[in-house]
Design a protein around this ligand. Structure first.
Ligand SMILES: NC(=O)c1ccc[n+]([C@@H]2O[C@H](COP(=O)([O-])OP(=O)(O)OC[C@H]3O[C@@H](n4cnc5c(N)ncnc54)[C@H](OP(=O)(O)O)[C@@H]3O)[C@@H](O)[C@H]2O)c1
Length: 246
């Protein structure tokens, strides 16, 4: 199993779609994963034969296993895994008047277990095939959890911590793990308008370069890196006032 093959989850939209475009423009073959077949097929029409669309719900482990096994049967073993699919934006906003654990279940199933299930399946095939890099799209909300975003922030912090641990667990092997902490990116997954918002194309380019350099931790926005750490230590009333101004 040779050549440049990448797998991208959340490929039908936003950052994932931009990752697919950028990787294909660099000569990578890309397997694009999402639930919406129509959107994936449209992307395939634009990108051509280097892009393979596959529908899969990443919260369904049997589905991940089925897709992964079918790739192995075709002797396809990716060396880059952009594990980017996520529930974000409006879909992740919590009702401040009624705590709902089922939203935590739903978000963790996609944003946390929907990342680690790929690692579980591909660990051994990738080790045997000369190695692979797993890149998780975390968020600056892994550093600071905003109001009504406890489940989202927890899922992004959890996946980042899991990858930190895995990068040390496998440090002397040919598997590596990277975490990217994007600030706001102009996609359907962004709630509202925020300063210093990146375009998905810039974020994709940044993430690919970060991955190709083998970095284990990448924070694209200096503004949000500082702001998020500040928000963690300021008094709550000041934090809420600042958030209203953003
Ligand atoms: N935009 C931002 O400001 C921002 C900032 C920090 C981090 N992020 C993270 O970046 C990642 C991409 O988000 P985005 O902004 O590009 O949002 P987006 O445009 O809404 O894209 C989300 C992608 O995830 C896929 N997805 C969602 N649930 C899925 C499931 N159960 N199974 C398979 N695919 C699923 C969606 O495809 P289908 O609906 O077709 O399945 C879609 O392709 C997310 O992990 C998000 O948390 C975004």
């Amino acid at each position: 199993m040779e050549g440049k093959l990448a797998l991208v989850t959340g490929a039908s939209s936003g950052i994932g779609e931009a990752l697919c475009r950028d990787l294909v423009s660099r000569g990578w073959a890309v397997v694009g994963i999402a639930r919406t077949g129509e959107a994936l097929n449209q992307i395939q029409k634009n990108l051509g034969s280097l892009f393979t669309p596959i529908t899969c719900d990443v919260s369904d482990r049997a589905s991940i296993e089925r897709v992964s096994k079918s790739l192995l049967v075709e002797q396809k073993c990716p060396s880059l895994f952009f594990l980017n699919a996520g529930i974000a934006g409006e879909k992740a906003v919590e009702n401040p008047e009624k705590f709902d654990l089922s939203l935590h279940d739903k978000i963790m199933a996609v944003n946390y277990f929907g990342v680690l299930a790929w690692v579980e399946f591909w660990e051994q095939p990738a080790l045997a095939n000369g190695g692979a890099q797993f890149i998780a799209t975390s968020s600056v909300n892994a550093i600071f959890a905003p109001p009504s975003g406890s489940a989202y922030a927890a899922s992004k912090a959890a996946v980042a911590k899991a990858f930190e641990g895995l990068s040390l667990t496998y440090f002397d092997t040919n598997l590596s793990f990277s975490v990217v902490y994007p600030g706001p990116v102009n996609t359907p997954g962004l709630k509202g308008t925020l300063p210093f918002t990146w375009e998905p194309e810039w974020m994709a380019k940044y993430m690919i370069e970060c991955a190709l350099k083998g970095k284990s931790r990448c924070e694209p926005s200096a503004f949000y890196a500082v702001l998020m750490r500040l928000l963690r230590v300021l008094p709550k009333n000041l934090v809420m006032n600042l958030l209203k101004k953003l």
